[in-house]
Design a protein around this ligand. Structure first.
Ligand SMILES: Cc1cc2nc3c(=O)[nH]c(=O)nc-3n(C[C@H](O)[C@H](O)[C@H](O)COP(=O)(O)O)c2cc1C
Length: 198
């Protein structure tokens, strides 16, 4: 049985990037893949700001990653990169925290202009953590979400499709897919659609 760690990197309680992560979690569950969820508020701010390497909360994340096959992280674009709070968490991970694992980044930005943040900001940090496979990430801007009369945002159909495809690529790259059931040819198709593999 595969396990994937989900790390939500937005400080916002009404987070659009976390909505993408929630959808990814549903897709993984649909394939029988276990998930472990972490968000910024799981980590005491003092542990992050003072870079406490012995933080129990960080140790829980490290242990979960160690027992997992992959990581999906979500983050807003902040100042053309990812959230600084997420960086303080990632900085406390060991250098090889993602060794042998597949990784996927889900990013939301106010405009489509910072689409490339997925490649120039997220991909290097996932590489630095030695991820085996970094599958092509997903970037959604404001216009990819539908807002209802109460002001609640949900991902639109097009972004949901791109997200599902990306999670499929991640599943295809899990080192230990276990008893994940894929129809004939589906796995190969997903591998061939993977955009980045290191
Ligand atoms: C401090 C801050 C910096 C931001 N910088 C950018 C930016 O450089 N480019 C951009 O497209 N959007 C930027 N945004 C907009 C957010 O990326 C966007 O609203 C995103 O969907 C928020 O995701 P979240 O709801 O998961 O926090 C910024 C927002 C904040 C609060």
């Amino acid at each position: 049985m595969s396990t994937v760690v989900l790390l939500a990197g937005s400080p916002s309680p009404q987070s659009k990037s976390s909505l993408l992560l929630k959808r990814a979690s549903q897709v993984l569950s649909g394939f029988g893949i276990q998930t472990r969820h972490f968000q910024l508020c799981d980590f005491p701010p003092a542990d992050l700001i003072e870079a406490r390497w012995d933080s129990p909360a960080i140790k829980a994340l490290i242990d979960a990653l160690g027992a997992s096959d992959g990581l999906i992280l979500s983050t807003p674009v902040y100042k053309a990169a990812y959230s600084g709070a997420l960086k303080t968490v990632l900085d406390l991970l060991p250098e090889r925290a993602l060794e042998h694992k597949a990784a996927l980044a889900l990013v939301t930005g106010g405009s489509p202009a910072h689409l490339l943040a997925v490649d120039y900001a997220l991909q290097p940090v996932l590489s630095a953590l030695k991820a085996r496979h970094i599958v092509g990430g997903v970037y959604a801007s404001e216009r990819d979400f539908v807002t209802d009369e109460q002001g609640r945002a949900t991902p639109g159909d097009a972004i949901v499709q791109r997200l599902d495809d990306a999670v499929g690529r991640l599943i295809a790259h899990l080192p230990n897919p276990g008893n994940v059931l894929l129809q004939a040819g589906q796995l190969e198709q997903r591998v061939s659609h993977a955009l980045i593999s290191v």
